[in-house]
Design a protein around this ligand. Structure first.
Ligand code: HEC
Ligand code: HEC
Length: 320
């Protein structure tokens, strides 16, 4: 036979060659190893069984994406089920939390250890999902974004005040009840000259005990402050929470503490914006968040007590 004639046996191993040859190297016609073949066949068998029982074959659009398989297994349905279970488990606690907050305020929550733990856990997780992008993982804040761990509050640090801030947002134009106030842009809008801004910044920094009073600060600066700034920040610079006007004497600075930053703030008129959360989060979640934020800083105790301010100052130093 012609084929027989072409047979070529490798002299060294005694195995037939396939007839393929590259640069003098010839391919031997060894059979596939048995163990390899068995794994190969087993894989095929497994694939067939898998296709029958599990979702596998892509289906055309409109047919739920894929065949469902005999086991009717669906990761998506499993996740939905798990969410429902979680909701069912948490629902009653959320209801209790809401009730306690509405009737007894933060004290009612603090006096119920189970509720307190739940509020902290739910608040922390909602904070990570919604707030940490701006306020930081540990709520330590950044330039323009307040530190929520300290006892220094723009709009009030009572449980109710925090709840209200979260509901309506700050300078959030889509919400008719949003917290609102606007410091003029003294430089940009030509109300004060560079020299006047520098003088009033001197006065502000002296109020905060950060520099020795200067000549310009004590005369021009003080005069401008009383005329232009005291309506919001108070004659002594202690601020006004009804207008979100910060205390300028506590050495906690939202927009930076060096002279250039303070002058720049006065020049441009700061305008911090926070979304209204009542449009995005449920009432119970806002309550849990308010409790979490309130308890972060121990809430507002006596706003101007030395101890609170010292603590706030340290926290703010550590956070920035
Ligand atoms: C898009 C950025 C952004 C996000 C997200 C955000 N905040 Fe704020 N938040 C701000 C800014 C900016 C301010 C300061 C506004 C101002 O200058 O008056 C603020 C202020 C606050 C205040 C008032 C602090 C005070 O001193 O009175 C609280 C409380 C607060 N945020 C809590 C939260 C919580 C809780 C969340 C998550 C649900 C959140 N924030 C999400 C930007 C944000
Ligand atoms: C209409 C009310 C209003 C007036 C008038 C006003 N401010 Fe303000 N000021 C605010 C508010 C509100 C903020 C906080 C804005 C924010 O959070 O974005 C602020 C913030 C500041 C800050 C930043 C504080 C920080 O923590 O970084 C400085 C500094 C300041 N004001 C100085 C002045 C000086 C000086 C004047 C007068 C020349 C003045 N303000 C007049 C309302 C006012």
């Amino acid at each position: 036979m012609a084929d027989e004639d072409k047979r070529e046996v490798d002299a060294y191993s005694g195995v037939d060659t396939t007839g393929h040859e590259w640069d003098g190297i010839k391919e031997l016609d060894n059979p596939l190893p048995r163990w390899w073949l068995w794994i190969f066949y087993a894989s095929i068998a497994w694939a067939v069984v898998y296709m029958v029982f599990m979702p596998a074959v892509p289906a055309p659009p409109g047919f739920d994406g894929h065949t469902r398989g005999l086991r009717d297994h669906s990761e998506r349905a499993n996740v939905a089920q798990a969410m429902n279970d979680l909701q069912a488990q948490r629902g009653p606690l959320f209801d209790r939390l809401q009730q306690a907050a509405d009737t007894g305020g933060i004290e009612a929550i603090e006096n119920d250890p189970e509720l307190l733990n739940f509020a902290l856990a739910a608040g922390e997780s909602a904070f990570g999902d919604n707030c940490s992008t701006c306020h930081g993982r540990g709520a330590q804040g950044a330039i323009g974004y307040p530190n929520l761990n300290d006892d220094v509050w723009l709009w009030g640090g009572s449980f109710e005040a925090i709840r209200q801030t979260l509901h309506v947002g700050i300078r959030w134009e889509d919400n008719p009840d949003t917290r609102f106030s606007q410091m003029p842009a003294y430089g940009r809008d030509g109300i004060l000259s560079r020299e006047e801004i520098s003088a009033v910044a001197d006065h502000v920094m002296a109020l905060a005990d950060m520099i020795e009073p200067t000549e310009a600060g004590n005369t021009t600066g003080r005069e401008i402050f009383e005329l232009q700034c005291s309506a919001c920040h108070g004659v002594n610079g202690l601020g006004d929470q009804t207008q979100g006007a910060p205390n300028l004497t506590d050495r906690v600075w939202l927009y930076g503490s060096d002279e250039a930053q303070i002058e720049n703030t006065i020049w441009r008129g700061p305008y911090g914006v926070m979304p209204a959360w009542e449009d995005r989060l449920g009432e119970e979640t806002i309550t849990a968040l308010a409790a979490y934020v309130y308890l972060l800083g121990g809430g507002e105790r006596s706003a101007f007590s030395e101890a609170a301010l010292d603590g706030a100052h340290q926290a703010s130093e550590a956070g920035r």
